[in-house]
Write a protein that binds this ligand. Structure first.
Ligand code: UDP
Length: 260
């Protein structure tokens, strides 16, 4: 791994040059950050679980015709993806009030929104990813009108699909974040889904108990973050019923010892 060229290190992932031009390897770390990286920590085995969950969700989305950067999972912490130019916008899809929108608009956490709401934030850590309007996106040319049409219609389809997928396993999809990229093909580019979809970037509540099964456990010091991420993976059928996190971490360390 050390011989590979590192392209970028983010808060939860490292990107390496891929085996062929136009490909990238996404490595999922256990590092967790919250509140614009003011809070930092580690969730043991998170990278392994997020790699699996994201592989599963991206594969399902491809089946319903959403173009994505995902090619294949390589091992427990890595996946091969297509290289894209990331659109510098975080697309937030909300079904139920939670997190920043509650503070901003005085809403009560857990109240369903009258309709699904899409918000956009400008991807800039130094500025704390500020909320922006579509007018800002057009004004500063962060994405074209056609690209925004593709992004918003894909976000709605992804939300519809994921609401059903999670409802089937007793989980309410409260909100989530998406990132899109431009895939260049000759002189043209098209928008495809990029980054990851995992409990790091979604709010997932158990339908019966409203228990949080996502990164809010870390953000709010609720404890049990590893178990929560595992529970999501287990309900999606990605972990055997009797696997606990020590097994996940252990499998990963065994793989490292074998040098794979
Ligand atoms: N989110 C994310 N990365 C960010 C900001 C938000 O993955 O940089 C996700 C977050 O996990 C939640 C949704 O987007 O599922 C909405 O987040 P919100 O705006 O409420 O911000 P937060 O309360 O997480 O700061």
């Amino acid at each position: 791994m050390s011989r590979r060229r590192q392209i970028y290190e983010g808060k939860a992932k490292i990107l390496y040059e891929g085996p062929e031009p136009g490909t990238i390897i996404q490595y999922f770390k256990d590092d967790a950050t919250a509140f614009n990286a003011q809070k930092r920590g580690t969730i043991n085995g998170k990278g392994v679980i997020n790699n699996r969950i994201s592989e599963y969700v991206f594969t399902q989305l491809q089946h319903i015709g959403i173009p994505t950067h995902f090619v294949r999972r390589l091992n427990m912490r890595e996946q091969l993806v297509r290289q894209v130019e990331i659109v510098p916008i975080e697309v937030i899809v909300r079904n139920v009030a939670a997190g920043s929108i509650c503070k901003r608009l005085g809403l009560t956490e857990g109240d369903p929104l009258p309709t699904t709401l899409i918000e956009y934030c400008y991807k800039d850590d130094d500025l704390g990813d500020p909320l922006i309007a579509e007018e800002h996106i057009a004004c500063f040319n962060w994405a074209s009108a056609d690209e925004m049409q593709d992004i918003s219609s894909m976000a709605i389809r992804i939300n519809d699909f994921m609401c059903g997928m999670f409802a089937a396993i007793g989980i309410r999809l409260i909100d989530f974040k998406l990132e899109f990229g431009r895939l260049f093909e000759g002189d043209f580019s098209r928008i495809i889904l990029a980054d990851e979809i995992s409990p790091d970037g979604c709010r997932l509540w158990d339908m019966e108990s409203n228990e949080k099964l996502d990164k809010d456990r870390f953000r709010r010091d609720l404890g049990g973050e590893v178990e929560a991420y595992q529970e999501v993976a287990r309900r999606l059928g990605l972990l055997p019923e009797d696997v606990n996190n020590n097994d996940v971490v252990d499998l990963d360390s065994q793989r490292k010892k074998r040098g794979k």
